[in-house]
Design a protein around this ligand. Structure first.
Ligand code: S3P
Length: 426
């Protein structure tokens, strides 16, 4: 599907977002292996989170959907059923990596794969710790999906993550739920802690001491009711649109503001963004609030080291903002961007180039000089949701109509994105 996007004359209004994608995956998986019924309110509408539900149903879990709310009848730690077919994770790295931790502990073998993009993403990062725990996993060429997982009674391990990855941390913690003993994961850099929070909500034996997260195996989970906050990573697109538009005034309601995610707001403020947070509250252990953004003078910035891990999903749209800033944006230490849904260093720089924006590419990042003007052009999503949405935002600032090819990719995390964009950008 193509989208034609014309420059915005103004940006403003109020937005509510679908539930956070990261949190939704975790809640659905935990509810499925908990005892009793769980209700998950405001579950993500994105295709990735529907892939997780599809896999869970194929494992025998009963899931009822009413609007964006789910009722899940948990099957307990020992109640999943062997799937009859290959589990389909679609485009979702979170689904395959997190669910593999559960599958590794089942008394049956299973296969899990996904689309072309997912089939090129590395899985050794989960195969290694799950192998240490006793599971046997075979992958295409030793590291790519589909995975063939032969589950077993797992043993607890102490594992230091070689790369900062919340998906891998979650995979090991979820496997640890089933293992004999206490499993501990050490992180090189603190990553999003939604799993730790969700595990606590479901009554797991979770303990966090600085960079060490540990989980006691064999503790049954108890079903519960949780509301998923709005997705801050989806909010990022509208925040950038507002900050870069003179006189813009936008409010985004009920956004998740977990401190391991909200580095985005601090970074935008450090660039000169006028951002305010109101009505801060807690929901299901997560911080939630309303975010106000106004058109601002954006100076520029540097994303490197630990900050890169904290902003990893937002870098495509921040690169767009960087081009309109006074001093530009530099991103370093972002090798992980090359193994996301696309090589995002390559896809961002390609679309920037098509829109007449200069950028210097490094193996681990890019530099986008400031004070540049977007030219109307034909750009592509390359099948990557965040690339589609980042360049839909860039198109608002172009000198004419932009044609975005493959715009349907946005539905992976945010099916309502273009409708909402039209509402806020007149
Ligand atoms: C996610 C972790 C990050 C992020 C992804 C979602 C999660 O991936 O990029 O969009 O929900 O845990 P990595 O674990 O590969 O860093």
């Amino acid at each position: 599907m193509d989208q034609r996007i014309t420059p915005a004359k103004s940006v403003g209004g109020a937005v509510t977002l679908p539930g956070d994608k990261s949190i939704s995956h975790r809640l659905a998986i935990l509810a499925s292996i908990a005892e009793g019924k769980s209700r998950i309110l405001n579950y993500s509408t994105g295709a990735d989170c529907q892939s997780t539900l599809g896999c869970l149903r194929a494992l025998g879990v009963e899931i009822e959907k009413t609007g964006d709310d789910l009722t899940i009848r948990g099957r307990g730690l020992g109640g999943l059923r062997a799937p009859l077919e290959v589990l389909d994770a679609g485009n979702s790295g979170s689904t395959i990596r997190m669910l593999s931790g559960v599958l590794a502990a089942q008394p049956f073998a299973s296969r899990i794969g996904g689309d072309d993009s997912l089939s090129r993403r590395p899985m050794e990062r989960i195969m290694r710790p799950l192998g240490e725990m006793g599971a046997s996993i075979r992958a295409r060429d030793g590291k790519f999906p589909p995975l063939e997982i032969t589950g077993t009674r797992l043993r607890a391990i102490d594992y230091t993550l070689p790369v900062a990855s919340a998906q891998v941390k979650t995979c090991v913690l979820f496997a640890g739920l089933f293992a004999r003993g206490r499993t501990t994961v050490q992180e090189p850099v603190r990553t999003r802690d939604h799993s730790e929070i969700a595990l606590r909500e479901f009554g797991a034996g979770i303990d966090v001491q600085g960079p060490l997260v540990s989980i006691q195996g064999g503790v049954p989970l108890a079903g519960c009711q949780v509301r998923t906050p709005g997705d801050l990573s989806s909010a990022a697109f509208f925040l950038v649109a507002a900050l870069a538009t003179p006189e813009a005034n936008l409010v985004i309601r009920g956004v998740g503001l977990n401190p391991t995610r909200s580095a985005l707001l601090d970074f935008l403020i450090s660039m000169g963004g006028e951002i305010r947070v109101l009505n801060l509250d807690q929901s299901g252990g997560e911080l939630v609030g309303d975010v106000l953004a106004r058109g601002s003078r954006i100076r520029g910035g540097l994303i490197e080291k630990d900050l890169t891990a904290a902003l990893i999903d937002e870098i495509p749209v921040l690169a767009v903002l960087g081009a309109m800033s006074e001093n530009g944006l530099t991103v370093r230490d972002a090798q992980e961007l090359r193994i996301k849904e696309t090589d995002r260093i390559a896809t961002v720089s390609e679309n920037l180039k098509r829109m007449g924006i200069e950028a210097e590419v490094f193996p681990d990042g890019l530099r986008v000089p400031g004070r540049q003007r977007f030219r109307a052009a034909e750009v592509e999503s390359f099948g990557d949701h965040r690339i589609a949405m980042a360049f839909a935002v860039a198109a608002l600032f172009a000198d004419g109509e932009t044609l975005l090819r493959g715009a349907e990719a946005a539905a992976v995390s945010y099916p309502e994105f273009f409708a909402t964009l039209r509402n806020i950008a007149g």
